[in-house]
Design a protein around this ligand. Structure first.
Ligand code: C2E
Ligand code: CA
Ligand code: CA
Ligand code: CA
Length: 274
């Protein structure tokens, strides 16, 4: 198609024939993904470092499409956000995560807590509390066992984030700030918000033993959490050295490949039961 460019000259927009169509095609497949049974969850353990005890899991969404293969969330979450599909997807993820807790309970595995990621777009409709409350009621999961993860940008960019988070807190779910340290969160906000947990972003953990800045930031986040009486979890722990460092500096909760990759429910069961 011919279009008039910003500076007035003519150009062909390749996006409308190539990339644009491809994107539309993928969006259409994504919209049908839930009904086709292509969406499922992986669960990654969160552990207490000193005892090795399972303290919770984080639910991570996956899309397995016959044509596209296994699509990572960093590729389809943004599409889902752009198209509005994220609301349906987010509700499905929460439902499935809560149902899975019931299945583990029934199978005799005690998973104390499940963490579910929320996208900024899910806050825009204003009905987030109704959605979460509805799913809890429907699935019968105790609200105290659900933790919702939001990034700093969700908090800073959402109008009335404080109101939404207070509402969620009032129905008994806990909140974690995800990727902490990478966004521009205001410490004043942190003081006001009823959040329980900071998750130290894995970019700081990665070079913890070689980069003194990452070390300093990690220690500062742990101290901040302590001062504010918050729980702190380190993400992306891949080595025993990183785990030792964290424990020495007062962070006793971790998540990462060192402990386990995100896995299917049955794998979690066989690894952690007993
Ligand atoms: P996140 O919430 O920060 O999730 C942690 C990501 O780090 C996961 O990637 C996990 O597989 C990966 N990870 C965990 N441990 C390690 C480690 O030791 N080393 C390395 N290199 N990586 C590790 P994943 O599953 O690909 O998810 C990527 C992002 O997609 C998530 O980042 C989250 O922002 C988003 N996401 C995933 N599931 C959902 C969902 O259900 N809803 C929403 N809104 N976003 C989701
Ligand atoms: Ca997360
Ligand atoms: Ca994270
Ligand atoms: Ca992230």
């Amino acid at each position: 198609a011919k279009a008039r460019g910003r500076n007035g000259y003519q150009f062909y927009a390749p996006s409308m024939t190539g990339e644009g169509l491809e994107r539309l095609r993928i969006e259409a497949m994504l919209r049908r993904s839930i009904d086709k049974g292509e969406i499922f969850l992986h669960y990654q353990p969160q552990v207490e470092i000193d005892s090795g005890r399972l303290i919770g899991v984080e639910a991570l969404v996956r899309w397995q499409n016959p044509e596209l293969g296994l699509v990572p969330p960093v590729r389809f979450i943004p599409l889902a956000e752009d198209t509005g599909f994220i609301n349906q997807l987010g509700e499905w993820v929460l439902q499935e995560a809560c149902r899975q807790m019931k299945r583990w309970d029934d199978a005799g595995l005690n998973v104390p807590k499940i963490a579910v990621n929320l996208s900024a777009k899910q806050f825009e409709r204003g009905s987030i509390v109704n959605m979460v409350g509805g799913v809890l009621e429907e699935t019968g999961l105790d609200a105290a066992r659900l933790q919702l993860e939001v990034t700093e940008s969700v908090i800073m960019d959402t109008g009335d984030a404080l109101g939404f988070i207070n509402d969620l807190h009032s129905i008994g779910v806990s909140l974690a700030i995800d990727d902490f340290g990478t966004g521009y969160s205001s410490l004043a906000y942190l003081k006001q918000l009823p959040v329980q947990t900071l998750k130290i972003d894995r970019s700081f953990i990665k070079d913890i033993s070689t980069d003194i800045n990452d070390e300093a930031i990690t220690i500062a986040i742990i101290q901040l959490a302590k001062s504010l009486n918050l729980s702190v979890v380190a993400e992306g722990v891949e080595t025993g050295e990183q785990a030792d460092f964290l424990m020495r500096h007062g962070c006793n909760k971790a998540q990462g490949f060192f402990y386990s990759r995100p896995v299917l429910p049955d794998d979690l069961l066989s690894k952690w039961r007993d």
